[in-house]
Write a protein that binds this ligand. Structure first.
Ligand SMILES: [Zn+2]
Length: 256
């Protein structure tokens, strides 16, 4: 097991990990307690321009010992010293282009539910972004700039039928707190056979109009064999994403 990879996979944004027409980007997110960034889902029922969307915070500047600056007290960087955009800058450009009528960037979203374990939240479209000026703390008058990205759920290529897409949209609504509680209760294993590979959140919910109720009691962990749904997959992304995230961070630090 590579601990460095696990650590570098706390959270991350990767612009265009796959090039070409079917290209997409990746956001790794976390709404766990104590998570260093503020990511959250906007309630569908709340209305407004961002109803039902995922709001994702941009990246802080990398820790720079030489500058002795706390990344949480300075602006999130839009450009590298070379003048090229950071990932914040690239995603911001893409969001502004989408607002102006360009095809939105497709983003695959994974959400952290336990160390080294990520839940597949499906595909999203990057439709909006803001650069917000916020106080550096609740007691300070000093401010900093942070990026906020807005993503709209979209059809996942893997979900080919309406039924699959409906299932995915239901799965997307299982609150993270319940997923984490279920993960801990089921000890990260299929409750039927104890397998730790190809895990999914299985839910038994009468889904009525006007919302559904998910509780710990009606969600459980099953392996692929015991759960035929392809939605809400739990993944271990270390080997797949580790090098990408490391490469993205390294290029930021180098100013390449
Ligand atoms: Zn099983």
């Amino acid at each position: 097991m590579c601990h460095n990879e696990q650590m570098s996979l706390q959270r991350g944004m990767n612009f265009r990990v796959r090039a070409g027409k079917a290209g997409y980007s990746i956001f790794l997110m976390s709404v766990r307690k104590g998570a260093p960034y503020q990511d959250h889902w906007h309630d569908e029922a709340a209305g407004g321009p961002h109803a039902g969307m995922l709001e994702y915070e941009g990246h802080d500047a990398p820790k720079n010992v030489a500058l002795r600056s706390d990344p949480k007290k300075i602006d999130q960087p839009q450009f590298l010293p070379s003048g090229k955009p950071t990932d914040n800058g690239k995603f911001y450009q893409a969001a502004m282009a989408a607002k102006a009528g360009a095809v939105p960037e497709v983003v695959q979203v994974y959400e952290k539910i336990a160390d080294g374990r990520w839940c597949d939240r499906g595909r999203y479209l990057l439709v909006d972004a803001e650069i917000k000026t916020v106080p550096i703390s609740t007691t300070s008058k000093k401010t900093r700039k942070v990026f906020r990205f807005f993503l709209k759920p979209t059809v996942t290529p893997a979900a080919r039928t309406r039924e699959e897409e409906r299932e995915l949209s239901i799965s997307r609504q299982i609150p993270t707190a319940i997923k984490i509680a279920v993960w801990n209760r089921d000890r990260g294993k299929c409750v039927q056979c104890g397998s730790t590979d190809n895990l999914h959140f299985d839910h038994d919910v009468p889904h009525s109009k006007g919302g559904s109720s998910f509780t710990e009691a009606n969600v459980k962990i099953l392996c692929a064999r015991h759960n035929l749904e392809k939605s809400d997959k739990i993944l271990s992304l270390g080997p797949l994403l580790g090098p990408l995230v490391v490469a993205a961070t390294a290029s930021m630090l180098r100013g390449a």
